[in-house]
Design a protein around this ligand. Structure first.
Ligand code: GPP
Ligand code: MG
Length: 284
């Protein structure tokens, strides 16, 4: 990919603290699910779980639940990819806040195109590039230690880009300015995100607990549309996934890999102070 060097990846004390969190992260809720089939996700799940995973022999219940949670997380990434539009093998697309690479590898499997992932965690870059080597796709799927607000990639070089649950670490106006710069005319941007509800007011206690847990700053719903409109990104589809992510959190709360953040998510979604949204937009 055409790129200039983007030095000073970590520019602020805040960005350094977020990088430190992800460099140290080895949570079973992510590692054990990734081990199911080698796709390591850093996002949540959608769809109903099969209740039979909670029944059956006690000795194998844990493994059944882990597999089922992983299946719901993979379904979430597939839904995001369904909204990227037509991508051909020569196209370039970007996974913004790429984590351990799960969505990037799924995108490459589906479209056969070039995928560049960016993350401010050097551990995640190393892990995901290792996976790309193991999968034999390192010539097409690459991960970079870059700041998503200033990637250094070429202007107009992308057919599509996305943030799968990573917008809550950055200012949305700065973020969408960079996506708009990178996307070609008519290119597609997609995000799946949690946002707080303007109708119920500011951050609820449950939303604040989620922010505290991940060191992030969840934005309001309206902020997404203001920041897109200001940066030549025109929404074409908005899908409220709140009802379809609740079963994932219910199953996760009963699993051996629960982290303690399950109750705040369930409370925030059920009380209506928080939504799980997919937004797809075109660059004009
Ligand atoms: C982490 O996924 C996701 C975030 C930090 C973004 C917060 C998302 C919102 C919708 C507010 P993960 O898979 O690393 O988290 P966990 O370790 O809890 O599974
Ligand atoms: Mg996870």
């Amino acid at each position: 990919m055409t790129e200039t060097m983007a030095p000073n990846v970590l520019r602020t004390a805040y960005q350094k603290s977020v990088a430190a969190y992800w460099n140290a992260e080895k949570d079973p809720v992510n590692i054990r699910l990734g081990e199911v089939d080698g796709l390591y996700h850093h996002h949540y799940g959608i769809g109903d779980y099969d209740p039979s995973v909670l029944e059956g022999p006690e000795e194998t219940r844990d493994e059944r639940v882990i597999r089922e949670m992983h299946r719901l997380e993979t379904a979430q990434a597939n839904l995001l990819l369904d909204h990227l539009g037509r991508i051909s093998p020569d196209d370039r697309i970007m996974d913004t806040g790429s984590g351990r690479g799960g969505t990037s590898f799924m995108a490459h499997q589906r479209f056969g195109c070039h995928v560049d992932g960016v993350t401010i965690s050097e551990q995640q870059v190393a892990f995901a590039n290792g996976q790309a080597e193991e999968r034999g796709v390192a010539d097409r799927v690459r991960f970079h230690f870059r700041n998503m607000l200033d990637t250094g990639f070429g202007t107009g070089s992308l057919r599509a880009s996305w943030n799968n649950e990573s917008t809550m670490y950055v200012d949305l106006f700065d973020l969408f300015r960079e996506h708009a710069r990178l996307l070609e005319y008519g290119g597609r941007y997609v995000t799946i995100t949690g946002c707080y509800n303007d109708v119920t007011g500011g951050r609820s206690k449950a939303v604040s607990r989620i922010d505290e847990h991940y060191t992030c700053n969840i934005h309001s719903r309206s902020e997404y549309f203001r920041a897109m409109a200001a940066n030549s990104l025109v929404p074409i589809e908005v899908v409220d996934l709140t009802a379809s992510t609740i079963p994932y959190w219910e199953l996760r709360a009963r699993s051996s890999v629960a982290t303690g953040i399950e109750d705040p998510f369930l409370t925030a979604y059920r009380e209506g102070s928080f939504h799980y949204l997919l937004i797809a937009a075109d660059r004009v």
